[in-house]
Design a binder for this molecule. Structure first.
Ligand code: ZN
Length: 723
């Protein structure tokens, strides 16, 4: 869930945005300094934490501590950058690029914690801090990458780079930072820089406005009923959770809160078609109901503004600018990749729709399949064809057992690392657990936090990030966290999760391993600070171990009896992995295409009507299936409007090519072994962005990545053609 350092910071500063009118802020260091009078040694961010691994002192951090620390941190960073830019000495690698890597410790310290807590445990005070600090953080970023004197120094080093006798990682840092300056617009004229600053501020403001509207709209669109019959089909656990959700909201009856995706999990079980339609429509229309939480004007302006920004920076569209430092390099390459997948995906989805319609007709339903029916009937098709029932499966996936005997176990077998629960370290919410990670030789490696259960004040989905990033230069070891939105069981009940949730745990832990194994000098190149179309590779790769027989057999055990999952049931899960893949790949591709279409808008295009634009974009890319809506509708697509994934949603699929190709290598070399794991850790997972990633991958793999293993895994390739 990260990308390059600048991208990561850009993403974060977009999250931290504001509703305040942009442009009111004069961008001088003096103004940026703000009121830091209340910042002193009593503030828990004042100095590096004295806890093990510099873990955040959550027991001492109060909501009121963030703002003064952020303001002081911005001021400190600006001062450091100015000192470096104004240095009278000749520019050297040490006094310029290393100085940049050393700068901003305070702002990093506080923002890493603020981002973590505001994403997972938001409250009105933190919302206010976000609003107030966003433009200052965006301006700080500009003050670095648009500083002409600093750019001159970096340029000079860049020109001399091959005669400076730098080690490979240092050389990579020079090239990387030079590119980041170019991407930020360092070569623009002074008047164009002013224009760019204005556009950046407006983009940040709109992005935050979008995020806050979406959060409120999703909360408001909760489906509530006082009629228990409307919920027929839900399990006792689901009903209990719905009753609890209603109590939490102080409403009568039952409440079904919305997940961030178009489809909702309850649609699989609700037998009442009217309820299904109502729940689906609550989701589909959440941000298109008119009123203050409607996001359509916001995204239309965002798309227009991004195209204008790209033009100013010298690119034909926003995506072209965003992809320059990615593995794909151009929107054309990404579109070509997706276009190659679309026919197979939609043909498969149409076949699946036919099967479902046949089932509806056989039951004398008397209606045509609609998107709110898909999961309800596909679950029946699955039961008929694969006889797989979630309620049969879940008792074998108790959360803590999956964690310790699945997620941790596979990491131990591959990399030799061990995990110890730490109950002595403070957390920001009682649901959070902390583990210390040690290397095979017992040396301390990292801290890892997990925060798995859904809360109303948590962003949707699942993600990984760091409270402390690894850097040999700064002498820091990684402090990593995983967040998810699993249904919280009633008190004293075990958390029995779906195989999807199991896969999510492995996925986010794959990101965590990328952070935990980071072993680089410079923070900008460390761990998950890699391009978006590479960052999902380690996480999606790690998912493969969830269904690997030797790992699966170790954790898939009944929560009451400890008995292993019967082998027929396990075989069905494996077989079911290719079930409904037409739908799943099509809804993903549709979302990825929407992203790329919005972000390849020409700078001279008029402001778009989002609904019309969306319909046309899906038509154009042959993904307009009435029964398969995009995984995210444009108006609630948080990734691309609020979370820095603009022109980057394709990256999940791109990385899927990499992860399947990589897993094929493991299978060809004996699977789950320390030798394979250590080699992968050394050549890939520990390397961050210290080498060109094309080259890094091909060196480890011994070949360029191919698309065949991905098609095979999805069941989109004829058996005969697979090797
Ligand atoms: Zn991920």
């Amino acid at each position: 869930m990260n990308k390059t350092q600048l991208g990561k910071m850009r993403m974060r500063f977009l999250q931290i945005s504001t509703l305040i009118t942009a442009g009111a802020l004069a961008l001088t260091p003096g103004n940026l300094r703000g009121q830091s009078a209340s910042f002193g040694p009593a503030n828990p961010f004042y100095a590096a934490s004295t806890l093990p691994f510099q873990a955040p002192p959550f027991d001492r951090i109060k909501d009121a501590d963030y703002q003064p620390a952020i303001e002081a941190g911005i001021a400190q960073k600006i001062d450091e950058v100015h000192a470096s830019a104004d240095n009278q000495a000749e520019p050297t690698f040490e006094n310029t690029l290393v100085a940049m890597e050393q700068s901003g410790r305070l702002i990093d310290r506080v923002m890493n914690v603020f981002n973590g807590v505001s994403g997972a445990d938001m409250n009105p005070v933190l919302e206010k801090v976000q609003e107030t600090e966003a433009p200052k953080l965006a301006a700080m970023q500009d003050a670095i990458y648009l500083n002409a004197k600093l750019f001159q120094r970096v340029s000079k080093i860049y020109e001399q780079r091959n005669s400076l006798h730098l080690d490979a990682e240092s050389l990579r840092l020079v090239e990387y930072q030079y590119q980041q300056f170019l991407l930020a617009g360092a070569r623009l004229s002074d008047s164009d820089k002013v224009k760019l600053k204005k556009l950046n501020e407006e983009e940040a403001n709109l992005s935050t406005a979008f995020t806050l509207k979406l959060l409120a709209a999703t909360k408001e669109a909760v489906y509530v009923t006082q009629d228990k019959a409307a919920l027929t089909g839900l399990s006792d656990e689901q009903l209990a959770a719905a009753a609890q959700a209603a109590r939490d909201r102080k409403v009568k009856g039952w409440a079904l809160p919305l997940q961030n995706t178009t489809q909702q999990p309850e649609l699989q079980s609700l037998t009442n078609r009217a309820t299904r339609q109502a729940l689906f429509e609550a989701s589909w229309n959440r941000t298109e109901r008119g009123g203050k939480n409607d996001t359509r004007d916001t995204i239309a302006r965002l798309a227009e503004l991004r195209a204008q920004k790209a033009k100013l920076l010298g690119y034909p569209n926003y995506a072209a600018w965003k992809l320059v430092d990615q593995m794909a390099k151009t929107p054309t390459a990404a579109l070509k990749f997706m276009d190659a997948l679309a026919p197979a995906a939609s043909a498969k989805a149409q076949g699946e729709a036919k099967d479902i319609q046949a089932l509806i007709d056989a039951q004398k339903g008397g209606f045509a399949l609609e998107p709110w029916d898909w999961n309800f009937y596909s679950e029946q098709v699955r039961k008929a064809k694969y006889d797989l029932d979630e309620s049969q499966i879940k008792p074998y996936f108790e959360l803590n057992n999956v964690l310790e005997n699945g997620v941790f176990y596979s990491a131990h077998e591959l990399y030799g690392i061990t995990f110890k629960r730490r109950t002595d370290l403070p957390v920001y919410n009682p649901d959070v657990q902390v583990y210390e990670v040690s290397d095979a030789d017992g040396k301390p490696l990292a801290l890892w936090y997990c925060d798995y259960f859904k809360r109303d004040n948590k962003n949707g989905g699942a993600w990984m990030d760091s409270f402390v990033g690894q850097s040999k230069l700064r002498g820091t070891l990684p402090v990593i966290y995983n967040v998810a939105n699993f249904a919280k069981p009633a008190a004293s009940e075990p958390a029995l999760i779906s195989f999807d949730d199991v896969t999510t745990m492995f996925h986010e832990f794959g990101h965590a391993l990328h952070g935990i194994f980071a072993n680089t000098m410079y923070p900008s190149l460390s761990g998950t600070n890699v391009p978006r179309d590479f960052v999902e590779f380690p996480s999606q790769f790690n998912e493969h171990w969830a269904s690997n027989p030797s790992v699966f057999g170790h954790y898939a055990r009944h929560y009451k009896t400890g008995a292993p999952m019967p082998s027929e049931l396990a075989a069905k899960i494996k077989k079911a992995a290719t079930f409904n893949q037409g739908y799943m790949l099509t809804e993903l591709l549709a979302a990825a295409e929407l992203d790329m279409q919005w972000n390849t808008l020409a700078p001279d295009a008029p402001r778009q009507n989002p609904d019309a634009f969306e319909a046309a974009a899906l038509q154009k890319t042959h993904l307009s299936l009435s029964t398969v809506p995009p995984r995210y509708r444009s108006s609630y697509f948080l990734h691309i409007w609020g979370n820095g994934y603009a022109a980057g949603y394709y990256a999940y699929l791109w990385c899927e090519m990499l992860d399947n190709d990589a897993f094929q290598w493991f299978e060809d070399h004996g699977g789950l072994t320390r030798a394979n794991g250590d080699r992968f850790r050394q050549m890939v997972l520990s390397r961050g962005n210290t080498e060109d990633l094309d080259k890094l991958y091909a060196t480890w793999r011994g070949a360029e990545p191919g698309i065949q293993p991905m098609l095979k895994a999805r069941g989109l390739e004829p058996e005969a053609a697979s090797k």
